[in-house]
Design a protein around this ligand. Structure first.
Ligand code: FES
Length: 345
């Protein structure tokens, strides 16, 4: 028996390793040829100190100089001492390069291309050796655009446990992936990608969660909902999904389905275009008050364009609410390496 440990590095690269309950995370990392920061290996120096963002473990033996009680209470841990009691997600204080690893590469075949509207295309991939691809719900990969020297970043819209992976793409004029998907993509085409990447992923749900999506920023939140469908949380989860025009709206039927199967899940959507037929016209901020945010006792996950992220941050501040945690990812269509992920406590 072993548990899965996600090692998230400072440069956004995530590597997954297997760790038995009777071995330390450092030992398992070493076996996987991943050199996480280590010095004493004895719980004395604190060099390996990392943040555990999900999972249960035995912290092992160490001295206060290496890890204080206050640090341990908020999730800091010592991989040279800790042994897992469940799957874990650790934030490692080094780059993947320093740990002599990097993003994993994968090959895949296009299984489906669906043109939802002139603005939005979805595609699905069958990955070669699917079992070798692990990711956390909310993460993204860098995909090489076939026939070009370009790569683009897209968040998984599928859940980690689904065999086929999928992505939502906003179609932009002159975009490399947009051109490929609208003009040349065929089922059976080959694709290459690297990852997973990013710190925008679903943490353990310990309080109500509010998910905010702008346009195709819905994709990583769909991945989170799929994960919640498999691993239900005992907390309410509310999604607010905003788009610019009616033709940008996708997967309302999928959200309805999740509302049936994910306990405590509710959602609303809004369209900015005044000519929309949607019940709610305007921006996601128009559907957020202090009650929606549980007066701050909520974890917020936001994925959308930069202007939306800034508008939401300003709106939350104007409500006088400080959320327990605020995870966001900004994306800019058609820009190479477009991701900016961050969080604020
Ligand atoms: Fe020194 Fe872990 S390597 S405390």
């Amino acid at each position: 028996m072993s548990f899965q440990v996600a090692l998230n590095f400072e440069d956004g690269i995530t590597r997954f390793i297997e760790c038995r309950p009777d071995e330390t995370v450092a030992e398992a990392s070493y076996k996987a040829r991943i050199n996480i920061p280590l010095d004493c290996r004895d719980g004395a120096c604190g060099t390996c100190k990392s943040l555990c963002e999900a999972g249960r473990y035995d912290g092992g033996d160490y001295i206060d100089d290496a890890l204080s009680d206050d640090e341990a209470a908020v999730g800091y841990c010592l991989p040279c001492q800790m042994t897992p009691h469940s799957n874990l997600v650790l934030r490692i204080p080094s780059s993947s390069t320093a740990a002599k690893t990097g993003a994993a590469g994968h090959s895949a075949t296009i299984a489906a291309v669906k043109h939802h509207s002139p603005t939005t295309v979805e595609f699905a991939l069958d990955v070669d050796g699917r079992d070798a691809l692990d990711f956390l719900p909310g993460q993204y990969v860098n995909i090489a655009v076939p026939g070009t020297d370009q790569t683009r970043s897209y968040s998984f819209s599928s859940g980690p446990a689904q065999r086929q992976i999928s992505f939502l793409v906003r179609i932009v004029d002159g975009g490399a992936m947009s051109g490929y998907l609208t003009e040349r993509a065929r089922v059976g085409d080959r694709m290459e990608f690297t990852g997973p990447r990013g710190s925008f992923y679903l943490r353990d749900i310990a309080r109500p969660a509010v998910l905010l999506a702008g346009g195709t920023g819905l994709a990583p939140l769909l991945s989170m909902l799929e994960d919640l469908a498999q691993n239900p949380a005992a907390q309410p989860v509310h999604l607010i999904y905003g788009v610019t025009t009616d033709q940008d709206l996708v997967h309302l039927d999928v959200l309805e389905d999740y509302a049936e199967v994910v306990p405590g899940f509710t959602f609303e959507h809004c369209v900015a275009d005044p000519a929309s037929t949607a019940r709610n016209k305007g921006f996601v901020t128009g559907l957020m008050d202090a009650g929606t945010l549980h007066e701050g006792d909520a974890d917020i996950y936001l994925c959308g364009p930069p202007a939306m992220v800034e508008a939401v941050r300003g709106h939350i501040a104007s409500l006088g609410v400080t959320p327990a945690s605020f995870h966001y990812e900004k994306f800019t269509p058609a820009v190479r390496e477009p991701r900016e992920t961050a969080e604020a406590a």
